[in-house]
Design a binder for this molecule. Structure first.
Ligand code: NDP
Ligand code: HSE
Length: 444
């Protein structure tokens, strides 16, 4: 049966026509008829805000729609799609749009992690929708399942790979021995990386996504400042080689979970590169793919997998949201708003217990291992495995007559503060020339 279509189109403003925006515009043009049927009204793109009117944007971007005046564009729209990125002017434009009664679809995780509460509030105040499926894990439906499908369950933990660029870089370094800079340049060329790729490689993009996931999963406001964040810039080729020898793979993980302690229930949110067993399902996630486990009391463990970055995959998620907010416009009603009633406190990283891989260049002389074991033991850290590793290729040459060795130690779980203090003691002791790496070990 064909439903009657509303003839007045819904006016759509698109902010940004870069990697994601140009694919959004392509899909909007190619699927115009189908989208109208699915929504119950046609969509009309009334303008596309960009910085540079002269840049070539391919065949799907109608040059006549381009404007540098984003402010007046959002004033005229029923629905605003924000794919420009950055905090400003995106924040002001979206607040203006919501205040004006337009629903918003955004892929901007940095903005949501920095100021999501203000956007939710504006949407609530004006009875409109704020959707952001594309902000976490590209094409993978993850926000809606957590926000809606699992709204009746109790989520304990969300763990996974949510940054395509770093996964692409680590994967290429592991599989082909490519250097960090070459791998990152390729990720940028493919459109996976942020405008400033520092956000990817320093873990900030994954931290923004972790903050969004934690807020949704635990009904608690978790800002990016609440997420412990370490990126991949200190991961060396030698660490990847050592991981391979140990039957492990290094991945940048985002982990958000409920933790119980003497203070009651708290939320831990953290991003760091970690060694996973090669047999772990996340270890085989290649290229810019993302994969996320959601563990809930009643549902058990759910795995989400797919393309985590790139123009077309991300545009798919944007279009899904656009259809959802457009349907609400046509049929009435409003989607879910912010849910932050639980107000759980944040667990500082120092209170967690983690297993660690430490690699040390040491003097090769009697008593060195005993001294290192003594320092670890004094901090309550027990050694799981210890092995010899090749010396670093870029290490300073030893002085004449000096013997050096490099050792890798995997510890059992210990409190983070104890591991941090032990590392400081190790670096200060005469036996140790350098503490070359410290990486968490997960998934055992
Ligand atoms: P790009 O840098 O490729 O595109 C940004 C677009 O926004 C450009 O067209 C740019 O204009 C426009 N723009 C930027 N600032 C302004 C401004 N002040 N006024 C007007 N227009 C502006 O970014 P992406 O498409 O890669 O990313 C867009 C958003 O989507 C970001 O929030 C990003 O985090 C998110 N995202 C990206 C993914 C990806 O794989 N790339 C995946 C998931 C989310 P001009 O072209 O003239 O410079
Ligand atoms: N720069 C991001 C990434 C884009 O590499 O995952 C997708 O959010």
């Amino acid at each position: 049966m064909t439903e009657t279509l509303r003839t007045t189109p819904l006016r759509v403003a698109v902010l940004g026509a870069g990697t994601v925006g140009s694919e959004v515009l392509r899909l909007l043009a190619e699927q115009q008829e189908d989208l109208a049927q699915r929504i119950g009204a046609p969509l009309e793109v009334i303008g596309v805000a960009v910085r540079d009117l002269d840049r070539d944007r391919g065949p799907h971007v109608d040059r006549a729609l381009l404007t540098e005046d984003a402010d007046s564009l959002v004033e005229r729209a029923d629905l605003v799609v924000e794919v420009m990125g950055g905090l400003e002017p995106a924040r002001s434009l979206l607040l203006r749009a919501l205040g004006n009664g337009a629903s918003v679809v955004t892929a901007n995780k940095a903005l949501l992690a920095a100021d999501g509460a203000a956007l939710y509030q504006a949407a609530d105040d004006h009875g409109v929708d704020l959707h952001f499926e594309a902000a976490v894990a590209g094409a993978i439906p993850l926000v809606r399942p957590i926000r809606e499908s699992l709204a009746g369950d109790r989520i304990e933990r969300v763990l996974g790979i949510v940054n395509g660029t770093t996964n692409f870089v680590l994967d290429l370094m592991t599989r082909s021995g490519a250097g960090f800079d070459d791998a990152l340049a390729l990720a940028q060329e493919k459109g996976f990386a942020e405008a400033d790729p520092t956000a990817d490689v320093e873990g900030l993009d994954a931290a923004a996504k972790a903050s969004i996931l934690a807020s949704l999963a635990f009904h608690t406001r978790v800002g990016i400042q609440d997420v412990h964040c370490e990126g991949i810039t200190r991961v060396r080729a030698e660490d990847i080689a050592a991981a391979t020898r140990m039957g492990r793979v290094i991945k940048l993980l985002s982990i958000v979970e409920r933790v119980e302690g003497p203070e009651g229930e708290r939320v831990s949110a953290r991003v760091y590169p970690a060694l996973l067993p090669a047999s772990h399902p996340l270890s085989s996630v290649a290229e810019a793919y993302n994969a996320v486990f959601v563990e809930a009391d009643a549902a058990g463990s759910l795995m989400f997998y797919g393309q985590g970055a790139g123009g077309a995959p991300t545009a798919s998620a944007v279009l899904g949201d656009l259809v959802a907010v457009a349907r609400q416009r046509v049929h009435g009603g409003k989607g879910p708003g912010e849910s932050s009633y639980a107000e759980l406190p944040i667990a500082p990283i120092d209170t967690l217990r983690t297993a660690n891989y430490l690699s040390l260049t040491v003097h090769d002389r009697p008593g060195v291992l005993a001294e290192i074991a003594g320092i670890l033991s004094a901090h309550g850290i027990s050694i799981s495995t210890l092995h010899q590793e090749p010396l670093l290729s870029d290490a300073a040459l030893p002085e004449e007559g000096e013997q050096r060795a490099r050792i890798g130690i995997v510890t059992h779980r210990a409190e983070e503060s104890a591991v941090r203090e032990a590392c400081e003691r190790l670096e200060a002791t005469d036996a140790v020339i350098s503490l070359d790496s410290r990486l968490r070990v997960e998934g055992d």
